[in-house]
Design a protein around this ligand. Sequence first.
Ligand SMILES: [Zn+2]
Ligand SMILES: [Zn+2]
Length: 383
Amino acid sequence: MSRISAARAEQLIALRRALHRVPELGFAEVKTQALLLDVIHKHATDRVEVRTWKTGILVRVRGRVGARTLAYRADIDGLPITEQTGLPYASEHVGMMHACGHDMHMAIAIGVLLDVIEEPLDDHVLVVFQPAEEGPGGALPMMDSAPFLSWWPDVICALHIAPKLPVGTVSTRPGVFFADTSELTIDVYGVGGHAAFPHDTVDAIVVAAALVGHIQTIVARSVNPLDAAVISLGTIQGGTRQNIIADHVQVTGTIRTLRQETLTVIKQKIEAIVDGVTKAHGARGQIDYGLNYVHVVNDRACSQQFEQWVRQDGRYAYIESDIAMTGEDFGYFVQRIPGMMFWLGVDTPYGLHHAQIAPCEDAIAVGVDVVASFFRQWSARLV
Ligand SMILES: [Zn+2]
Ligand SMILES: [Zn+2]
């Protein structure tokens, strides 16, 4: 039987809708924080301690003296996407949307918190509401903050909604789960001029075109075929008019690998190509790697215990996950704390970051039940 009553499920769906209406970007989650604090304070008992860090929140439900700490982390930021779901509770913030399900993650975190408040564990439970997952990255600075350091957990878990999986299904894998990621921006500076006098110019478009072609040889020719890597260039912008030679082109993209060493090799190759190609044409190039996230590696023991529990319990379906080339700053937590992340099925035809994504809200109760029940298993089995 689920740990979550129908009334609680309804309460969490209402909260998720309230959060969905007010998506905010990284480190600007002011209304989001206020909504969460309101619910937390309403249900707090004398066991509950609340601290804030920037727009994030840490809530600890105390267990017995000398207990370990089990943590659940939810990310809380939205994306700069204009919502096109047509739902009655669609985003009220123009050009912003919870299109990555972080509203679902928050509602589930509150559900877990209320479950633990009502029936405390022997261990401490720490619920972490982390800002700025989509950027500029809240995990790393939050881990170095005084509240987190003083409540440093022994194990940590998180989930991410999975559009393609049916509700009632969870999926993960031991070891590498998500990729190392790096943003990439290349600026090419040439010399502009009249289209009829190319010999007096350095055409930034021709240089950028050469760069795009050369960069696509890196994965094919410089990375071991048994080691996965992706370089995708998502935008190219430059020029002002058909008969003017462009003096500036900007190319942006993302690099994803499963090992930091591979990411380093790829960056060195990009630098060599940009240096060589721009020099050959008499242009100048500039590279910026922007946001970088370390890969998510699930602790073997934690993820195996999770799989065993889901299979033995039998109420939810378990699917062994493939590695995804997505990025997540939860990777920083599991770099320093044993833990794991899993996919939670929300059954929607649209993918993450799509303007029409509408996760099935029945998955909230499933997420709460899975995390709250697994925490009790974990707590009993932790040595
Ligand atoms: Zn996302
Ligand atoms: Zn996300």
